[in-house]
Design a binder for this molecule. Structure first.
Ligand code: PRP
Ligand code: MN
Ligand code: MG
Length: 181
């Protein structure tokens, strides 16, 4: 419904919690990548909010590029089939790559991306994810910079969608089952 509140049950992570965490992660990244060429790769479309806010917590210069992949379509379950909708514009040679994601759910998207990036000549490849659902993991992802572990519920907001909606919510919240039932 246009009135968002009736479509949600519980707020899991608030805007304030997100911004505090992104500040902490940015400080870690700045120290870990001192003197290195850092390229942030945002995974469209879910990572738009994390990328924009995380990047602005950094005081150093970074390059930013985007990859568009999708595995969920309009459902609530990962299809496991990852499609490239837009590839990187950047040749990864000489770059330390930090992939920026909104969520690790089954892990299939990142597992596929990491394999896809492995042969592109980057100096290093690490992952930053705002959210992770440990109970939903089908493959283990080595995530160097993690925001929050959350329960295995369908969540929306702060970039995460259901059928392209709710991405603009400022918090991360559980979608009420009546919305997708
Ligand atoms: C969502 C989310 C992650 C991925 C995580 O993207 O943004 O990219 O699923 O799920 P997984 O760990 O089970 O692979 P989605 O495919 O919905 O595309 P979107 O970012 O455009 O919403
Ligand atoms: Mn995504
Ligand atoms: Mg999605």
């Amino acid at each position: 419904a246009a009135d968002i509140a009736s479509d949600l049950t519980t707020v899991l992570v608030t805007e304030e919690q997100i911004h505090e965490k992104l500040g902490q992660l940015a400080a870690q990244v700045e120290s870990d990548y001192e003197g290195k060429n850092l390229l942030l790769v945002g995974v469209l479309k879910g990572a738009v909010m994390v990328m924009a806010d995380f990047a602005r917590h950094l005081t150093r210069d970074v390059a930013m590029d985007w990859m568009a992949v999708s595995s969920y379509g309009s459902g609530t379950k990962s299809s496991g089939v990852v499609q490239i909708r837009k590839d990187l514009d950047t040749d990864l040679h000489g770059w330390h790559v930090l992939i920026v994601e909104d969520i690790i759910d089954s892990g299939l998207t990142l597992s596929w991306l990491l394999e896809n990036f492995a042969s592109r000549g980057a100096e290093s490849i690490e992952v930053l994810a705002l959210l992770r659902k440990p109970e939903a993991a089908k493959v283990e992802i080595d995530c160097r910079y993690l925001g929050f572990d959350i329960p295995n519920e369908f969540v929306v907001g702060y970039g995460l969608d259901y059928a392209e909606r709710y991405r603009n919510l400022r918090d991360v919240a559980i979608l009420a089952p009546h919305v997708y039932a």
